[in-house]
Write a protein that binds this ligand. Structure first.
Ligand code: PLP
Length: 528
């Protein structure tokens, strides 16, 4: 690939799953229904050892740097450099451009993923392997999007693919009846996650959040749900509320009736006193069914929580009789096989899983939790008990379950969360060095394998009151555009990011891959 980067493109030997040691297990399509050694009490010691967050960032210092970033003028790609970046796409991505134009006639906006890079037009990918993506024009990129998070092992790892292929030969992707892999995946998750005694698979993280909220309402017989403002919990009617930016309430709730969000409330992150006030207020009006949060902080730690926040929320939930729901769609298995709950030593009542749960294969969603609560999700046509109704024709299909099970085995065998976290540390350290050397206001930090690179700070604007929100509208638009331009410049230098501001690392990110990436980031930052 001829990228804008002055450093040479990474060699294929630096990738990817092919450089991983071979799997000792030969996947079978018809696993025996072994108990898997998964009884919770048999594996209690796993939880402590499987965290992949070597150090929690100094969040107080980070918030000072965020404030400094958004209180000074933006530092975008220079106006004289941006045309060169955009020219790169015209000169090197003709195939993607053609496909994007066709897509725009049959797909709204020509793109179906909300995190997809689409400035100046979406790239069409032909090959994904390990740490790299290759587009239809043959350009090769280092992949820090990692499909939005699920491919902790890197893209398309052979150990998972071979197990999936074997299953497809024997029973195809779906039967609608019980399959051994459903049981084995559930056993595996229960073994690792302290708060998961039982698991119910669903079709996506969004579905699982909806189900968890319904389950909490069923169990507590209460209505109100408090989320931490700015968090993303999928696109269900009730949770497109206070999304991405705290205290923005129904700002994005287009097409959603007021009644759908009438029992959703939000609280600022890191403000246990405000949460207490809301819980107290709710107690006088029928109580709170659940507090729902992303345990690293809204938007995968874009606004990171202080180390003690989750424990404070746990204590408040106990005091007010609300269930605590951890949305571990991102942190599930990335934070370690025990999730963020094992890292923090805080056990939620319910856990929502997605993404890594099925190793990057479709239908990634599940609710896990305490047995007495989970029993209100009893499935099947014979049940007469009071239950929270959830379901899905394709949920818990053998394809998703075989992929998830073998992805988890592979993650255990290779310590993928730990290896990915080390790559995240290396990437963050390198980014900090570049930022410091070039005197830029940007902020780089990581929580294990989730690396944040705040250049425009658009998601860090202070929107904590209506007045501030109104005042910052234009500023937010400008900063969002800057983030898009940064994303485009990264791409033109062979780097795919999550919307220009987040980087997921994986097992496939060797030191060589990370160092190659850092050279490219340095080239981009030279253009600012
Ligand atoms: C924390 C969190 N919860 C829920 C979801 C929704 O999951 P899905 O996209 O599978 O519906 C996401 C998706 O990015 C997420 O990051």
């Amino acid at each position: 690939m001829s990228s804008l980067a002055s450093s040479p493109p990474s060699s294929s030997s630096a990738s990817s799953s092919s450089s991983l040691p071979p799997s000792p297990t030969s996947p079978s399509a018809s696993p025996s229904l072994a108990t898997d050694g998964s009884a919770k009490n048999a594996a209690e010691s796993d939880h402590a050892t499987l965290s992949a967050v070597p150090a929690w960032p100094d969040t107080h210092a980070l918030y000072e740097r965020f404030a400094a970033l958004v209180n000074q003028p933006m530092r975008p790609i220079r106006p004289d450099a941006m045309p060169k970046v955009l020219r790169w796409f015209d000169e090197h991505c003709a195939g993607s451009k053609r496909l994007a134009e066709r897509a725009a006639t049959v797909i709204p906006g020509g793109v179906q993923h909300n995190l997809a890079f689409n400035h100046p037009f979406p790239l069409a990918i032909a090959q994904a392997r390990g740490a790299h993506l290759t587009d239809v024009d043959g350009n090769r990129y280092i992949d820090f999007l990692q499909a939005g998070g699920p491919t902790l092992l890197g893209s398309n790892p052979p150990a998972v693919r071979e197990a999936v292929q074997a299953l497809l030969e024997d029973c195809g992707p779906v039967t609608g009846l019980l399959h051994a892999y459903e049981v084995q995946l559930a056993e595996r998750v229960c073994r690792h996650m302290p708060g998961v005694e039982m698991l119910r698979m669903l079709g996506s993280g969004t579905e699982a959040v909806m189900g968890a909220v319904r389950l909490a309402r069923t169990f507590t017989r209460r209505q109100r749900v408090i989320k931490i403002g700015g968090a993303y919990h999928g696109w269900s009617d009730q949770l497109v509320y206070g999304m991405r930016l705290p205290k923005t309430g129904r700002m994005e709730a287009t097409g959603i009736p007021r009644g759908a969000t009438a029992h959703t409330q939000e609280c600022l992150p890191n403000d246990p006193e405000a949460l207490r006030r809301l819980l107290r207020w709710n107690r006088l009006r029928g109580g709170t069914a659940a507090v729902l949060l992303e345990p690293f902080g809204p938007e995968s730690g874009t606004r990171p929580v202080h180390r003690e926040f989750n424990a404070q929320v746990r204590a408040l939930c106990d005091e007010f009789g609300a269930l605590l729901i951890f949305d571990e769609v991102v942190t599930g298995f990335r934070a370690g096989l025990g999730g963020a709950q094992a890292y923090f030593g805080v056990t939620p009542d319910l856990t929502v899983l997605g993404k890594c749960l099925t190793g990057g294969y479709p239908m990634a969603g599940a609710i896990g939790g305490k047995r007495e609560i989970m029993m209100s999700l009893v499935g099947g046509i014979g049940t007469t008990s009071r239950r929270a109704f959830v379901g899905g024709t394709l949920s818990a299909n053998p394809l998703s379950c075989v992929a998830g099970y073998h992805a988890l085995l592979e993650a255990e065998r290779t310590n993928a969360p730990g290896v990915a976290a080390r790559a995240g540390e290396r990437l963050r350290r390198g980014l900090e060095e570049i930022i410091g050397r070039r005197g830029l206001p940007y902020v780089a930090y990581n929580i294990g394998s989730i690396v944040h690179l705040q250049t425009s700070g658009v998601l860090l604007l202070d929107t904590s009151s209506l007045w501030k929100l109104f005042r910052l509208k234009d500023e937010a638009r400008r900063r969002k555009h800057m983030m898009e331009e940064m994303g485009a410049a990264f791409t033109a230098h062979g780097l795919i990011s999550v919307a220009g501001s987040r980087l997921y690392t994986s097992l496939a990110d060797t030191d060589e891959v990370i160092d190659d990436a850092l050279n490219r980031f340095d080239d981009v930052m030279a253009l600012t």
